[in-house]
Structure formats: structure tokens, C-alpha cells
Design a protein around this ligand. Sequence first.
Ligand code: ADP
Ligand code: ASP
Ligand code: MG
Length: 413
Amino acid sequence: MAIIVQKFGGTSVANADKIRTAAARVVSTAKRGYQVVVVASARGKQTDELIDDALEVNPNPPQREMDQLLSTGEQQSVSLLAMAIEALGHPAISFTGAQIRLLTDGVHTKARIISIGTERIIKELQQGKIVVVAGFQGVDENENITTLGRGGSDTSAVALAAALDAEECEIYTDVDGIFTTDPRIYEKAAKIDEITYDEMLELASLGAGVMHGRSIQFGKRYDVKIHVRSSVGDKKGTIITHEVPQMEGVLVSGATVQENLAQIGLVDIDNKPGNAAKIFAHLAGAKVVINDIVQTERSPEKANISFTISKTDLADAQKAIKEIKDEVRCESVFIREDIAEVSVVGVGMRTHYGVADKMFGALAKAQVNIDSITTSEIRISCIVAKEEAEKALQAVCDAFELDKTVEQRTKSD
Ligand code: ADP
Ligand code: ASP
Ligand code: MG
């Protein structure tokens, strides 16, 4: 019997009605002849509320205790969902991450999955039960509860689908699928029918909060068919898949804006071999995730290095830089929190010219100044002032006609 993994995000299990609706969908999938594994997130804004609770009693809470606390949100959702499924007359059983041996490394609040035990899940499925697993959490080798980072339930779901060799991983959420950009910021955004893992990975890492980036890496590596769709109704959503030839016909698939960024600049460091390695090894030791790095030579003797990170890593990064700064003879350090990054992504960039020109032209027309630019084979990102971020995103979306579907855009080319 084929297995399907169905993941329900926070808004899709926010109250009793929504839990009942999710349960009904799960049961009807089981009745269609599938073995169903469900992954659930914490209800509504519960993770945010738990973080606030922690900060109220300790402004700098120990990360291990943070994970212990945050994991309770998902634990509540899965037991309620299992009860709702039972109420519909279908047997169900819920598990925490630790109970199914979802083993992670020990990096609290941003742990990475090492392995998943499937034995217990398969045994329960074979007994005819629907298995409901808490997303976002695991356990390290010392039996400490860990969490995978905000939005991490997507990764639990796709990793489980990979481990169980599921036919499909359905991600039920509060939008109809993946859009060309966040529809909360650009109302005219168009739904995308199919997107490649590579594009989605870029979009996710550049701030498209609709999917957790690590989930896409799992999907790509283990060939998991991911279907992102609405938890209301039965409309087809977006399929995340490998590249198919016609996708190259589209210049830009999507755009993002990322606002929770900070930029750190090291001014006038000694321009000699090994200094960049020293700085980034030290930051890696402090478990800081680096986004874009820009290095420029100021003179044969001196260079500047700047990089962007998530604001949540700022305190750790500042501490690490303070420790290494004298060793690389850095004259001064600047920190900016008033920035945002606007990006466009598309596999079509590999074979088309004129994308950069169009993006910079749109920003110029909207009178937005670009602080710095970084590119990869399939994306262009510009750092702009935070207060101009939304205006910049809208200008870029208009320029690339991201209010139109792929068919509408290829027809007008
Ligand atoms: P869930 O709780 O179901 O995991 P999330 O809030 O994590 O849901 O993700 C869904 C939200 O992601 C949407 O409400 C939407 O505002 C936002 N989002 C950001 N970028 C995109 C995009 N490109 N396409 C669709 N939604 C996006
Ligand atoms: N509950 C966690 C969060 O809010 C994980 C998730 O929703 O995927 O980030
Ligand atoms: Mg999410």
C-alpha cells in the first residue's frame, strides 16, 4: 500500500473546527487506500507565544530549555489531531519526534536531521492506524529535545516522506500554493503550477517563508514529490519538482524580500592569505549561518569584508567578530540592521541575458538606491534600505510581470 505524508501548518490546525477539517481530509485519504502519515505544526501563533513566555522569565533563555518548551506546541497539535481522527471512527496514534527516534545533531533551535527511525511508524501503519507525528522537533544523541528552526515542520514532513519512500508529500497551508512572491506584500502575485527544487531552495533561503529551505534540500536529494496546497477545498496547488525543459523559457519565476537581516562589515582588515578563512571559520564555530559575502580590495595592504546574517544570529556573530577582529587587524566594525534584501530567482537566467539590467532599471525608476548586489547562476539580490523594501519588491514584480502566470508571460514574449 502506498504511503502519503500530509503536513498541516499552524493556521490549518489553529482551532477545533480546523483540526476537525484536517482530520476529515486525512481519513478520506486513508479511505482512498493510502497509508497516511500526518505531520502537524503548533497551533496558530503558539510558537510565538511560547517564545514570549520564555523571554518574560529570562531575556536570554538557555537554548536547550527553549527547545524543551517550543516542542510542546507540536505535541499538543498531534494528540488533538489523533483524537479528532479517532472521533471520525478511524484508529490513530500520535508521536513526538523523540518517540519515533528522529535523531538530530545537538545544535539547539536550529538542529539538523541525522536519521529517522521508521520501524514504529511502519508497525502502526500496518495495523491500520493513521500515524500523526509532531513536526519541527527531534532528539539528539544525549536524549535532549531539539528543534529544527522556525518553519521546520516542513522539513520534518519531507524528511519523513523520504525515509518512508512516500508517493507524495502534501503541505497544507493558508495559501493556494507557491506564488511568484508573497501575496501579503504583492496582492497581484500569481500562483505557480510547477517550480524546480533549485528555484524553491533559492526563494526559501531568500525569505519566502512558505517553505522551510531544508525541506527542499531533502526533497531534491531523495526525489520527494512535494505538493504545496490550501487546507481549504481541493484545488491543485504547486508541485515542486526537478527541472523540465520548458521551465527555461521563463526569465524569472519569483521574487522575495527579506527583512530580518543584519549586515556586518569589517573595515580595513589585513589583505593577506588566510584572513577570510580565519573570520568565517570563527563564525562557523559560533554556529552563525552566513548569507551573502562581499569582499573588496581597498589597497594592496587592506581589504573590506561584509556579510549578511539573520538577525537571530546577530548576538553570536558580534561576539565571534569581537574575538577575531584583532587577529586579522581589522580597523573597525560596522553593523546595520536597517537593511532588507530584494531578490529575483529563475532558472531561465542561465540562458537569457538582460535580467540584471531589468531589475536595476526597475529600482532606479522607483528611486530606490542599491547598497550592494550579489548574484548566483539563478538569482540576483540587492540590499536596499529597509523602509524602501516593499516599494522595491513591487517595482521589481511589476517589471518582471509577476502578476501573470507563466503561460500569460510566455505568450506575451
Ligand atoms: P504554515 O503555518 O502553513 O507553515 P507559513 O506561514 O509558514 O504557513 O507559510 C505560508 C505563508 O507564506 C503565506 O501565508 C504567505 O504569506 C507566505 N509567503 C511568503 N512568500 C510566499 C510565496 N512566494 N508564495 C506563497 N506564500 C508565501
Ligand atoms: N511551530 C514552528 C514555528 O512556528 C514550526 C513550524 O510551524 O513549522 O516555526
Ligand atoms: Mg511554515
